[in-house]
Design a binder for this molecule. Structure first.
Ligand SMILES: O=C[C@H](O)[C@H](O)COP(=O)(O)O
Ligand SMILES: C=C(OP(=O)(O)O)C(=O)O
Ligand SMILES: [Mn+2]
Length: 487
């Protein structure tokens, strides 16, 4: 479905003017484990799992070449900054916090929606920093998290069968023939929304909003009005006191270290025509970057060793992630690592474990042991939601907070046993006060799911549930380092 005749240059247009991009075999990560040299279009020679079905090739070609003329959404220097921070996390000096919508949507987009997720992530990061006593890397599942892999290609309602909803970047959720058609122009709309989201995030993270002295101002209603919110208020007061103390002893708390913050974006590398069109050559290094976001990950349904998604990712120089369930064997994981990071560069690859607590306790030790035996440099993080999705009797996809907490607990227990670093967490969450996941102190029940069930795909933790998890993780990390719990 990628238009005929697209050349490397068209698909991988340059960041700056370069007469001829160096041959693609110069891409840092072309590995000998793949016989063909890599290029931004070499994925086309592989099988594409979860492929969209664009019926009009001319329409697709027009949309993709329009994207190819759009500016990069992120720049190579920012990507390298994230990579450096992930490298430190790989060696146990950092914790990766990834969070955001399961699927961003055109109809849900507004500044408050972006702001509310951003500030919950700020609050979580503060709690985690306090708990872990190490830098927390903030990465939003934002500004590009549109495309969705689905378990079934089609959906049937009252005898009518239509293609499944695959995210606003591909088709629409409405159950009509026209809405469910895969429309290439949706990629252009997703690009422009991502640009707006990035603009808002850049303003919030560098324009003073993220000034740590404003940590009370980040409060969402639930912090003001609920018991678990009072924990944050108490915690924030302690941080306030620490800031006043630092100021009193002469620390300049108005310096950028206190008033600005790094904030990066990531999404699933799923829709390859979109990712290819935004893949650009960084003329200062001769390396290729997917400029749709700082970091990309390959999902559980598309991580086939001989598939198009690993092929595309192995040649871009962004930090990468890969989701693994209990179906991933140690041998397969080592092959995935060798494909995505053949030079074993620290910070290049994050393994995102999602398999439910019981399967995690059974499978993760063997996976860690294989990585340790082979001397691979990876960052292990937990996605404690995707292995815990279930359907309620009244037809809602939901997740139980208790199962999410159990998977996180298992993740930390196994890393304690293996002497490895529990390096982060990956959550589907929102700052909005939704009722999509059951339990937690916010006390959502099966009966109350219908109240504010707004997700476009998977159920998300609301701000209170996400912040509660942050406190649980922080306490676990403090106890790992022998510190008393945060009261
Ligand atoms: O976010 C992950 C997947 O896209 C999602 O879990 C698939 O949902 P489905 O099983 O309803 O297709
Ligand atoms: C599709 C996702 O997860 P997974 O690939 O782990 O199912 C996701 O995180 O949106
Ligand atoms: Mn999901």
């Amino acid at each position: 479905f990628v238009p005929k005749g697209m050349t490397n240059r068209q698909s991988g247009s340059t960041l700056n003017v370069v007469t001829e991009p160096p041959s693609t075999s110069s891409s840092t990560f072309s590995s000998d484990s793949n016989s063909e040299p890599w290029s931004p279009t070499s994925w086309r020679n592989k099988n594409v799992a979860q492929a969209p079905n664009y019926l009009d090739e001319d329409e697709l070609e027009a949309a993709v070449s329009k994207l190819g003329r759009c500016s990069p959404l992120v720049f190579a220097g920012e990507v390298r900054t994230l990579h450096e921070q992930l490298a430190r996390a790989c060696s146990g000096q950092g914790f990766l916090l990834m969070g955001g919508d399961c699927a961003e949507a055109f109809g849900e987009f507004n500044v408050d929606h972006v702001r509310d997720s951003f500030r919950v992530l700020l609050q979580m990061a503060l709690v985690l920093t306090f708990g872990s006593a190490m830098p927390v890397i903030k990465v939003g599942r934002m500004a590009g998290q549109f495309a969705k892999p689905r378990s079934e290609p089609d959906e049937e309602r009252d005898g009518v069968t239509l293609p499944s909803y695959r995210g606003d970047i591909i088709n629409s959720e409405d159950f009509t023939e026209e809405a469910r058609r895969h429309n290439p122009w949706n990629m252009v709309e997703a690009y422009h929304q991502s640009a707006q989201t990035l603009n808002i995030l850049r303003a919030f993270s560098t324009g003073g909003y993220a000034d740590i002295s404003r940590l009370h101002a980040w409060n969402l209603d639930f912090v003001e009005q609920t018991d678990e919110g009072s924990r944050y208020r108490t915690f924030a007061t302690k941080v306030d006191e620490s800031l006043r103390f630092m100021k009193a002893i002469g620390v300049d708390t108005s310096s950028p270290a206190f008033t600005k913050t790094d904030f990066f974006t990531a999404h699933e590398c799923l829709l390859l025509p979109y990712e290819q069109a935004l893949t650009r050559l960084d003329s200062t290094t001769g390396k290729w970057y997917d400029c749709s976001s700082h970091m990309l990950w390959v999902g559980e349904r598309t991580r086939q060793l001989d598939g198009a998604h690993l092929e595309f990712c192995r040649g871009i120089n962004n930090p990468l992630g890969v989701k693994i369930s209990d179906k991933c064997t140690p041998e397969e994981l080592i092959q995935i690592i060798d494909t995505m990071n053949p030079q074993n560069i620290p910070g290049r690859l994050t393994i995102i474990v999602r398999m439910g607590a019981e399967k995690l306790r059974k499978n993760l030790p063997g996976l860690i042991r294989a990585v340790q035996r082979e001397g691979k440099s990876v960052l292990w993080i937990s996605d404690p939601v995707h292995g815990n999705t279930r359907k309620t009797k009244n037809g809602y996809k939901t997740r139980d907070f208790d199962n999410i907490r159990a998977e996180l607990r298992a993740f930390f227990d196994v890393h304690d046993e293996m002497g490895s670093h529990p390096g982060g967490v990956h959550l589907e969450m929102t700052g909005e006060d939704v009722t999509e996941c059951i339990g937690g102190l916010s006390d959502v029940t099966e009966e109350s799911l219908a109240k504010r069930y707004n997700t476009y795909c998977d159920p998300r933790l609301n701000g209170a549930q996400a912040l509660e998890l942050a406190f649980l993780i922080a306490e676990r990390m403090r106890s790992r380092s022998g510190l008393p719990p945060i009261e």
